[in-house]
Design a protein around this ligand. Sequence first.
Ligand code: SF4
Length: 320
Amino acid sequence: MEAPLVEVKNLKKYFPKKSGLFGRKNSFVKAVDDVSFTINKGETLGLVGESGCGKSTTGRMLMRLLDPTEGEILFEGEEISSLNDNQIRDMRKEFQMVFQDPYASLNPRMKVGDIISEPLIIHGYPKEKREERVNKLLEVVGLSAYHADRYPHEFSGGQRQRIGIARALAVNPKLIIADEPVSALDVSIQSQILNLLKDIQDEFQLTYLFIAHDLSVVEHISDRVGVMYLGKIVELADKETLYQNPLHPYTKALISAVPIPNPRLRRERIILKGDIPSPSNPPSGCTFHTRCPFASDVCKKEIPKLREITSGHLVSCHLY
Ligand code: SF4
């Protein structure tokens, strides 16, 4: 079997929290706490969970926009979490990011052609071929060559996200980390952007890490899905298994809230009690025990391991 494109092993990101009279760092926000997964070439791994669960921090560590506190990130078998800035700059053409807010991520003072050219310049793409490349990328994302001469504010939200995607594609990356790429867009535009991402996946031989809080959106695009809660992956499976047979009580609650397109079918909604606890002071044992309808004494004391229940279906829960 082919080696995965990305391997993440026991990844942690703890942010020091200053408190006390002299701002001493005496506690940590455990944004990502011992996360492991792989992403195979050509697949889309969705990472889903409520705001603050650590999914975006995980994506940013993969991009090396944040340094991990502990753990390993292997890209094509090479450990990248300890590379220095120069080494990372060279590697960065292999992995690109598409951000949530396409307006904030595009420089408003630059023309679209220059925005898309920027990574080409950084990575030494021949000057005489740049314009042709920009025009081709605009066409790939459903825009036209004449758009290169315009500024970001002249475009709609959906068009701006297309520009962000064209920029991400410019240097032929192998991995795209898409962090909530459609959550700022109208529902009608969301599916256009998701379909665009799917269409270009084969053409450009792309692998995606797709981060979102919306389970319907993740279902639409992902091959496998990991569910995160308070910095940990609590369930990971292929899309069909996860949506049709969720095992972790948290995943069950999230999926119960996803609308079913057929009005004759109803799903019983599971309402979780309480709010997500603070990652600076997570509950003992299973961090979900304060909200779980099935919590028992063991759940308060012992952290459940993420275990393979059936082939490719991993769950961290004492019930299994
Ligand atoms: Fe609920 Fe216990 Fe399973 Fe955690 S380990 S999800 S508290 S049953």
